[in-house]
Design a protein around this ligand. Structure first.
Ligand code: PLP
Length: 404
């Protein structure tokens, strides 16, 4: 058996392993050091009581033959799909058909699997820095060429940096697929409708598709779109991945949803239009048997008035941390981005080397961030701090950075 040769081309999952190694080494040398982690990329607040109640009630239904559920519908239970359409889309002026929404176990799952619908020579573009999932899933499928000097030879990088105020330009030449994630991980920045429109126009002009990851939309408080479908014409060219992970603390529960409008089409043999929606149904029917009934009931409870209020308490908690990180760093004189509509703050490191600044923060302040270089070539010179630690520890970490 020959293995998939593309796996040999992948760089190791270097970033978080290397961070863990450096933290461990430092802790071993200085066991008394109280290390504060502002690199956490996972939620830490407990689940909403309304969500847990719904899950318990669903678990009880599994106790009797009359109400137990076996295999659910491949694309999700009606009660959850309808709640998503009403709450996330109809309420914001976006009309969706019932069968355009697909329930899954993760936005990572969907955003990494969606490339199965693209031809093996599809040209891919990503914003840079980037959530590594979009890149690695296409690399595994052999679309990205070779990894040399920190870049894939066959991937279009759309730089996002202080110079362009983190507003990427659409690709110069032709690509088939553009991945966008807003509010952005890792930079915490957002795009306005006017800034997203050129991407939708590009996709129309080039026959390209946008994969839009809106996993952090619940953190939006400014006047920026929560969905790509708020941009005119997007329903013809964009699919959207959403998740309960960050909205409702579901990282350990696993529930997400993707939207594939019927109007989004690729080209089949002889240029025949192919609905991505129909292809995704075919794929999900083959590869997926749905999210568990209790978890889908729990997810639906997120959209009840009390469930939503409880979930937003946790989101507001993180947003208070983000505001504090942002404003304190600004007051210290750092150049800072993000942290307004997202749980991430992206700061320009005083020296160009983001790993050197990571080491300095660790050694002198005992604070752990995430070096920007780990998220792509344009991440060099930046560091990500996250808002997922407690208020108290976040405050303490900022105090220590101030004393540097
Ligand atoms: C956390 C996160 C997700 C959520 O992924 P799940 O698989 O739903 O937990 C999706 N996209 C980005 C960019 C994320 O940071």
């Amino acid at each position: 058996m020959n293995v998939n040769p593309n796996f040999e081309k992948l760089p190791g999952s270097y970033l978080f392993a290397e961070i863990a190694r450096r933290v461990k080494e430092f802790q071993a040398a200085d066991p008394a050091a109280d290390i504060l982690k502002l690199g956490i990329g996972d939620v830490t607040r407990p689940l909403a009581p309304a969500v847990v109640d719904a899950m318990k009630r669903a678990a009880d239904e599994m106790l009797s033959a009359g109400t137990m559920r076996g295999y659910g519908p491949d694309f999700g239970y009606d009660f959850l799909v309808n709640a998503i359409i009403a709450h996330d889309y109809t309420a914001r002026g976006v009309e969706l058909e019932f069968d355009e929404v697909f329930i899954s176990d993760g936005a990572k799952t969907d955003s990494s699997a969606i490339q199965e619908l693209f031809s093996s020579d599809a040209k891919i573009a990503v914003t840079d820095p980037v959530y590594p999932v979009y890149v690695d899933s296409n690399a595994m499928a052999g679309r990205l060429g070779e990894y040399k000097d920190g870049r894939w030879t066959n991937l279009t990088y759309l730089p996002c940096n202080a110079e362009n105020n983190f507003v990427p330009e659409p690709p110069r030449g032709h690509v088939d697929v553009i991945y966008l994630c807003y509010p952005n991980n890792p930079t915490g920045t957002t795009l306005t409708k006017e800034q997203l429109k050129p991407f939708v126009d590009y996709a129309h002009r080039e026959g390209a598709v946008i994969v839009y990851d809106a996993a952090y939309k619940a953190f939006i408080r400014s006047d920026v779109p929560r969905s790509i479908y708020e941009i005119d014409g997007a329903k013809d060219v964009a699919i959207e991945c959403n998740s309960f992970s960050k909205t409702a603390g579901f990282t350990g529960m696993r529930c997400a949803y993707s939207v594939l409008p019927h109007a989004v089409k690729g080209r089949g043999g002889n240029g025949r239009p192919m609905e991505l929606n129909a292809m995704w149904k075919r794929r999900m029917g083959t590869r997926f048997n749905g999210v568990s009934f209790p978890v889908q009931r729990a997810a639906a409870a997120v959209f009840t008035p009390e469930g939503w209020a409880q979930c937003m308490e946790a989101v507001e908690y993180y947003l208070r941390n983000a505001t504090m990180i942002r404003s304190e760093l600004l007051a210290m004189g750092y150049t800072v981005f993000g942290g307004i509509d997202a749980p991430y703050v992206w700061l320009k490191t005083p020296t160009a080397d983001s790993w050197a600044f990571f080491d300095e923060l660790l050694r002198k302040a005992h604070v752990v961030g995430t070096p920007g270089a780990g998220f792509g070539p344009s991440g060099e010179g930046y560091l990500r701090l996250t808002a997922f630690n407690t208020n108290e520890k976040t405050r303490e970490a900022l105090q220590r950075i101030k004393e540097l």
